[in-house]
Design a protein. Structure first.
Length: 492
């Protein structure tokens, strides 16, 4: 308990993300047993190639885990989107480089989106020498991620099946709208063009600032979190240098003292529109926030994506993660609100009534998401424990409230304990998970609006039930389940 109180106190002190060396790890309470090991890379030579002899593949060794293996890589393969998650360059001369990473079964997962970005780049260039190989059960996750990018994947039945039962998704099987394809090709051209001025102390105009930030966000040598950290550091140097040049330098610099990482990101995002990758991430996190009406799942998705693959701990504090999630979602929403407003301006008020109404509806939806991400209510945390379990409706199906609560419970549990645990095994697991839910909600609220007396301060070491307690609980649960099912059948 004391250990967790100290962690909570440390977390509250993290206010500024700009200092890269101050990145802190958020330790979850000690969990009995070992956390799942990072999946080992499996060296697999596809038995069936799509069209060429040499194929660079992303191998999924089981439904929930990817392991990256590379054979002969072409130079353009260096833009692998997974670099954004694992900060290691894919060097053409090193065919044995590995990128192990865990992929959760969550719609719009950042790693899945990154993998599809890599496929899309090869597809846009007409390159069919790149493919993903995965278990059939993992394919649905990619389809969900494709929706966030605006891509269409073929039916799984149309994919080549390897001898071991896995399926292969070649780059040329990804259907990309022409507009999206042009965006990809434009980004490639910008990335390969001569670099603009990248010294923040030498930039003298907003146009040069836009060019520099755009170029930096197209640079895929960094993992996702480092791309954001580097951008914040760049923006901070630019603003402080700008203030230094002012007549009242001291006062000009002082106004930046209270800025947190979210403030710096908001400032940065004014000058650059989302790249294809960030547009996918933004849409994914905005969509799940709209569906769940709170930022919990977007937070969990981001936190899982930036975990160090050796320690299984995130490389940023929870507060920093919340700042990033909020800023990226706001970036996505504001960009789309602006696009819809411009569309309305270009439409005829009499001839395009339906189109204008659709634009207005989308604007309202994005504004609602901004409310969910900036001032979330605590309903999900408050009702979590009463809704989890096996609550059946009159037809004998889990109620929507129960399904939602179970999803929230499992995602938070896996996020903080690095594996799914059962309340049947631990007495206080449900109470801990609820406190984590409150904790996440508070991270997105303004300091004066946070819910008091909840959060990580109330997290305790997990208490494992005895064998006798587990057996008694199991009997009780089976009895209750049988009674509920019987009642449901009676009412059907």
């Amino acid at each position: 308990m004391a250990k967790n109180n100290k962690n909570a106190a440390k977390e509250q002190q993290v206010k500024n993300l700009a200092q890269k060396e101050q990145k802190k790890e958020n330790k979850a309470p000690k969990t009995p047993g070992k956390a799942p090991e990072t999946p080992q890379v499996e060296t697999v030579t596809p038995k069936t190639a799509p069209t060429k002899e040499t194929v660079a593949t992303q191998v999924m060794t089981n439904p929930d885990k990817f392991a990256k293996k590379v054979r002969t890589l072409s130079p353009d393969a260096q833009v692998m989107a997974l670099n954004l998650v694992h900060k290691t360059m894919v060097e053409p001369q090193d065919p044995a480089l590995q990128f192990p990473t865990e992929v959760k079964k969550v719609a719009n997962n950042i790693v899945a989106i990154g993998s599809l970005c890599a496929l899309a780049e090869h597809s846009a260039n007409g390159d069919d020498s790149f493919a993903l190989i995965m278990q059939k059960t993992g394919y649905s996750g990619l389809i969900e991620a494709a929706k966030a990018l605006g891509y269409t994947l073929p039916d799984i039945k149309a994919l080549p099946v390897l001898e071991d039962g896995r399926v292969q998704l070649p780059a040329n099987a990804v259907e990309i709208p022409e507009e999206k394809k042009q965006e990809i090709l434009k980004e490639q051209a910008e990335r390969n063009a001569k670099a603009p001025e990248l010294d923040p102390t030498k930039i003298t105009s907003e146009e040069d600032l836009r060019k520099a930030l755009r170029y930096k966000f197209l640079d895929r040598k960094y993992k996702l979190v480092d791309t954001l950290l580097d951008g914040i550091d760049f923006m901070k140097q630019f603003r402080l240098h700008e203030a230094e040049m002012a007549d009242n330098a001291k006062e000009a610099k002082a106004k930046f003292n209270s800025r947190n990482s979210g403030d710096w990101l908001d400032d940065l995002f004014q000058y650059v529109k989302p790249t294809v990758f960030f547009a996918g991430i933004g849409k994914g996190m905005a969509s799940v926030t709209a569906i769940e009406k709170n930022p919990i799942h977007a937070f969990v998705i981001f936190r899982n994506a930036i975990k160090d693959h050796e320690t299984n701990e995130p490389v940023m504090s929870d507060q920093e993660i919340a700042y990033c999630v909020k800023s990226i979602v706001k970036w996505h929403c504001h960009n789309n609100i602006e696009s819809n407003k411009k569309a309305i301006e270009g439409l005829d008020a009499k001839k395009n009534v339906n189109e204008i109404e659709l634009c207005k509806k989308q604007i309202a939806n994005y504004e609602q998401i901004l409310d969910y991400i900036s001032s979330p209510n605590a309903e999900e945390a408050e009702t979590l424990l009463q809704n989890i379990g096996n609550k059946l409706d009159a037809g004998g199906v889990l109620t929507p409230e129960c399904q939602k609560a179970n999803k929230t419970f499992n995602s938070i549990c896996a996020c903080y304990y690095n594996k799914n645990l059962s309340t049947a095994d631990y007495k206080n697991l449900d109470a801990n998970v609820q406190q984590y839910a409150y904790h996440i909600i508070n991270l997105f609220r303004a300091p004066g609006e946070q819910i008091p007396d909840v959060g990580v301060m109330n997290i305790s070491e997990l208490e494992e039930r005895t064998a006798e307690e587990k057996e008694e609980l199991s009997k009780k649960a089976k009895k209750e389940w049988a009674e509920k099912k019987k009642e449901a059948e009676k009412n059907a």
